[in-house]
Design a protein around this ligand. Sequence first.
Ligand SMILES: *[C@@H]1O[C@H](CO)[C@@H](O)[C@H](O)[C@H]1NC(C)=O
Ligand SMILES: *[C@@H]1O[C@H](CO)[C@@H](O)[C@H](O)[C@H]1NC(C)=O
Ligand SMILES: *[C@@H]1O[C@H](CO)[C@@H](O)[C@H](O)[C@H]1NC(C)=O
Ligand SMILES: *[C@@H]1O[C@H](CO)[C@@H](O)[C@H](O)[C@H]1NC(C)=O
Ligand SMILES: *[C@@H]1O[C@H](CO)[C@@H](O)[C@H](O)[C@H]1NC(C)=O
Ligand SMILES: *[C@@H]1O[C@H](CO)[C@@H](O)[C@H](O)[C@H]1NC(C)=O
Ligand SMILES: *[C@@H]1O[C@H](CO)[C@@H](O)[C@H](O)[C@H]1NC(C)=O
Ligand SMILES: *[C@@H]1O[C@H](CO)[C@@H](O)[C@H](O)[C@H]1NC(C)=O
Ligand SMILES: *[C@@H]1O[C@H](CO)[C@@H](O)[C@H](O)[C@H]1NC(C)=O
Ligand SMILES: *[C@@H]1O[C@H](CO)[C@@H](O)[C@H](O)[C@H]1NC(C)=O
Ligand SMILES: *[C@@H]1O[C@H](CO)[C@@H](O)[C@H](O)[C@H]1NC(C)=O
Length: 564
Amino acid sequence: MRLVGNVGLVLLRAGAVLCHVRRLAVSLDTADIKSGTPLDGFLSYSIEFSSFPDFAGNKSTPNTFSDNLLNNIGYLQGDKPYIRVGGNTQDYAIYNENLTVALNGTVNVTRSPDYPTTIEIGPSFFESYSTWPNVKFSHGFNMGGNNDPRVQNTLTQTAELACKALGTDKLYVWEYGNEADLFATSAQGPVRPSNYNESDYVNEWLDGVAVIKSVIQKNCPDLALIDTYKYMAPSFGGVANHLKAPLTWANGLDNTQNIKYFSSHNYISGAATPGVTLQGTLMNHTRTTLSVEAHVDEYNAINPGVPHIIGEANSLYNQGRPGLSNSFGAALWGIDFALYCAARNIQRVHIHMGTNYRYASWQPVETPRATRGTKAPYYGNIAVAAFLGNLRIAPVRVAHLPLTGGDTEAAYAAYVGGTLKRVMIINMNAYNYTNTSSNQEHATDCGCDGSTGGPSSSGAPPQRPARAYSFTVGGGVTTARVQRLYANGSDAITGITWDGWSYNYELDQGRPVRLGNVTVGETLQVQNGTLVIAVPDSQAVVVTLGVADETLDRPSRVGRIRRA
Ligand SMILES: *[C@@H]1O[C@H](CO)[C@@H](O)[C@H](O)[C@H]1NC(C)=O
Ligand SMILES: *[C@@H]1O[C@H](CO)[C@@H](O)[C@H](O)[C@H]1NC(C)=O
Ligand SMILES: *[C@@H]1O[C@H](CO)[C@@H](O)[C@H](O)[C@H]1NC(C)=O
Ligand SMILES: *[C@@H]1O[C@H](CO)[C@@H](O)[C@H](O)[C@H]1NC(C)=O
Ligand SMILES: *[C@@H]1O[C@H](CO)[C@@H](O)[C@H](O)[C@H]1NC(C)=O
Ligand SMILES: *[C@@H]1O[C@H](CO)[C@@H](O)[C@H](O)[C@H]1NC(C)=O
Ligand SMILES: *[C@@H]1O[C@H](CO)[C@@H](O)[C@H](O)[C@H]1NC(C)=O
Ligand SMILES: *[C@@H]1O[C@H](CO)[C@@H](O)[C@H](O)[C@H]1NC(C)=O
Ligand SMILES: *[C@@H]1O[C@H](CO)[C@@H](O)[C@H](O)[C@H]1NC(C)=O
Ligand SMILES: *[C@@H]1O[C@H](CO)[C@@H](O)[C@H](O)[C@H]1NC(C)=O
Ligand SMILES: *[C@@H]1O[C@H](CO)[C@@H](O)[C@H](O)[C@H]1NC(C)=O
């Protein structure tokens, strides 16, 4: 694979000396670069089944705030995100033809405080599939059953309703069962005996998808063809749970060849897991790479012959931890996670969320537990989409650039047609701006973050360090454009901007609004074949080679300018 084309790339990591570029050369042999090619709609979402009516609304009350946020991502990456409708609650949903509301969920806090574990859905649940233009969905069928005898009827009834609601325009694949590898051991209540094994699962799965197919053949014949009747599977929660994906393949899960994507789920750790911190667990490139590599190993062991996707992922399972999963640091983690997946040829990543979830990219409705709004992690999603660029215009190859700075930084390159176009640098050194501890080490700042510099006084957070990164470019590139994902610190949960744009609900319901209090329009000159860029701690930067990139200014056509 020729990646470099006519532009040579050597990424040099400067030492952690503020603004002084100490070049620690990492020569990149292109053979050593891990790279992958994202599918269209790479940055996608997974929406908790029971929260889908909140996120999408219904025919009479569509959720246009959510649609605006999906449009922003679509604008940057060329397609709106694919939406997987599923998660734990898909396996609790029982159909009731007489239910007059979309969904009736009952929360049992012993099982989960965050989502209902007893659920009925009615006919109007399926209206939520028609509120967002140009979005493709997967519908998750109930396999777990929740020990409810109505599950068999539910399967045939919902197969008909879902196929009619989705049709060829809106469906991309089906899903049967969520995290069946945990059915026998689930913390929310086991739904299979402890001796449930891979061949039991495979037999059940093949029976279920045959039932679904017969319903679809009768009601939606266009969706029963060899190219249209497809699944993501096995949608397991991890690589080391009660069931193992390689054994499901060995036992014939894909015997009927209707699996379009090999899908697995990933969380970096748990919301209540002891020892979890923002710096050590999320803003930690080493940890993220180890987490992703386990999936790559599993996929390679199976070699399923279909694309590898992450059908559900987020920072900390059990819906995230407040102060961590909803912070800007988690947004930086989200960039590193998605792009490391991309570089390992995991070709689409569905970021999971539900109403009131701490790790959600946005809260779709006002509730007593959370304010409707765009949350910090969304801004990380935006930066990923911007870095990829419009995948409809040109496929992009994403490469992981090894740095020598340890756990707290990461860099990626995007190549179009073998030519280096963009570099993403993620400086994940935590900078806690509400950390007013007076005895902290005062770094001497040289103004790389736009501030005036000098040591901080007692009671104020320390000056924000910046680190310089330099890389060589060839091929006649003379200038580069800089776009920053900015927040006051890794602990910020508001006030976040991408290249000066805010997508906050309270400004224009999630449409892009340009703020006047952030520096934008930065360019860099190539000097002696080298670009040098300073990145403050807790910031991500995209450097685009050449300034005439057609995608850069597109949001301004739909957004408006606002002075803060
Ligand atoms: C729905 O209501 C009809 C009419 O009352 C009744 O015959 C049917 O059994 C009900 N269905 C369910 C699932 O309760
Ligand atoms: C549509 O959503 C609105 C707002 O949540 C709700 O009041 C209405 O009952 C819903 N309509 C149906 C058919 O469920
Ligand atoms: C919702 O379900 C609960 C039991 O879980 C039941 O008591 C209640 O009547 C149901 N509401 C509707 C509108 O069906
Ligand atoms: C809630 O879940 C627990 C654990 O499964 C169960 O023991 C309890 O009966 C449930 N409570 C209700 C009201 O269903
Ligand atoms: C699952 O258990 C059954 C017996 O209950 C056995 O025949 C089968 O080989 C087991 N399958 C696997 C994959 O272990
Ligand atoms: C990052 O994660 C790795 C692997 O879990 C761990 O060994 C290392 O100590 C972590 N780094 C920091 C700064 O906490
Ligand atoms: C930031 O610092 C404050 C004050 O020391 C502390 O309460 C908070 O937990 C820190 N936040 C993070 C994410 O480390
Ligand atoms: C917060 O201040 C403490 C005390 O000086 C310091 O050790 C720590 O590194 C700071 N944390 C962050 C995230 O800036
Ligand atoms: C960020 O810092 C600026 C400058 O100190 C301040 O005006 C602004 O209120 C801060 N934003 C947030 C969300 O704390
Ligand atoms: C810029 O203005 C926005 C909106 O008023 C605010 O939330 C944010 O904190 C400001 N940022 C800075 C760096 O002052
Ligand atoms: C330009 O780069 C060459 C080769 O790396 C180096 O020898 C030279 O000193 C550099 N010149 C300047 C002005 O930095």
